[in-house]
Design a protein around this ligand. Structure first.
Ligand code: GTP
Ligand code: MG
Length: 298
């Protein structure tokens, strides 16, 4: 890193915002070249702001992944998620507004209305690999362009890592000239406890039907590091008794699968062996109870 060269080094924060499921977290992971943020086919996977640090020779990008802005089911949890998004927008140097190559919808319009007018915002058209005829992009871009003065428009594919260099190069131009804030090996400001809980939640999003994941949160009750072994004890919290058997599955099969896959991801991310123990607890109405939310880390 030529941070010592000083003069041209840039460092700044970049918000990644958009409606649920457009690929914000996938974009962060593919920029970092590392699975830091959890992702799934279901909307509303991300529930926390997440810092992802990407350091190159001349730039330190401080990306902030955010929850997809919620319009439906406005319980206390989702209201909190929306507050996170609006808060992040006030704090950053640049905004990446992520959309899919689909018609402008109500959910996109809602996020558009929140975009700051006094900050550079790039329109990032993700999932360009799904776009059949590239000519369809033009009317779509025109629709969006009418609603906000974007400083640039960049089609990318996060999943296939296409055009991410262009995205970084353009983003860089809007970052302030200043030295790096974090060490060049640092990846995030979140601790392993947080990341472990997220990986368990991801497996629940990926392995269970449409309803359960939204009623689930994960609490790490104990996290011990003994030499090259992490011993992690996690409670999976559901909203109702009736959800317990669905999560556990026939002869505990589902839980076993959740734990195994989460443990494998943790071993990769932490670079150590992991012993993981999980169990299910019921905490009725946790997602709409301010006090419970606070104690669960929201
Ligand atoms: N084909 C294709 N799929 C993608 C691309 N980027 C993301 N996806 C898929 O889109 C789905 C949603 O991705 P996420 O990264 O979880 O989306 P998100 O915007 O973070 O969603 P929330 O956190 O719920 O707001 C996943 O199934 C991804 O694999 C892409 O470039 N191409
Ligand atoms: Mg996400």
């Amino acid at each position: 890193m030529t941070q010592e060269a000083g003069k041209n080094f840039r460092c700044g924060t970049v918000a990644i915002v958009g409606r649920p499921n457009v690929g914000k977290s996938t974009l962060l992971n593919h920029i970092l070249g590392m699975k830091l943020a959890i992702t799934s086919r279901k909307a509303q996977t991300t529930r926390h702001r997440l810092l992802g640090i990407h350091t190159t020779d001349d730039t330190q990008f401080l990306f902030v992944d955010t929850p997809g802005f919620q319009q439906k089911h406005l319980n206390a949890l989702n209201k909190g998620l929306n507050k996170t998004v609006t808060q992040v927008l006030t704090e950053v140097d640049v905004v990446l507004f992520v959309i899919e190559p689909m018609k402008l919808g109500e959910a996109d319009e809602k996020v558009l209305s929140l975009l700051p007018k006094d900050k550079p915002v790039l329109l990032v058209v993700n999932k360009s690999d799904l776009m059949g005829d590239k000519n369809n992009l033009l009317p779509l871009i025109q629709d969006f362009d009418l609603l906000h003065p974007f400083v640039g428009i960049i089609p990318v594919s996060a999943k296939k890592s296409l055009h991410l260099d262009e995205l970084l190069e353009t983003t860089r131009q809007y970052l302030p000239e200043q030295p790096a804030i974090y060490g060049e090996d640092e990846l995030t400001d979140k601790n392993e406890r947080f990341l472990a809980a997220e990986l368990i939640r991801e497996k629940i999003f990926r392995l269970l039907g449409d309803e359960i994941p939204y009623s689930v949160t994960v609490e790490i009750e104990k996290f011990e590091t003994v030499k090259n072994l992490r011993r992690i004890f996690a409670a999976i919290i559901v909203d109702k008794d009736s959800q317990k058997p669905m999560l556990i599955g026939k002869s505990g099969e589902k839980m076993k699968q959740i734990s195994t896959e989460a443990r494998q991801d943790m071993e990769k991310l932490f670079g150590s062996k992991v012993y993981l123990e999980t169990w299910v607890k019921v905490k009725g109405g946790w997602a709409d109870d301010e006090r419970a939310l606070k104690s669960l880390g929201y």
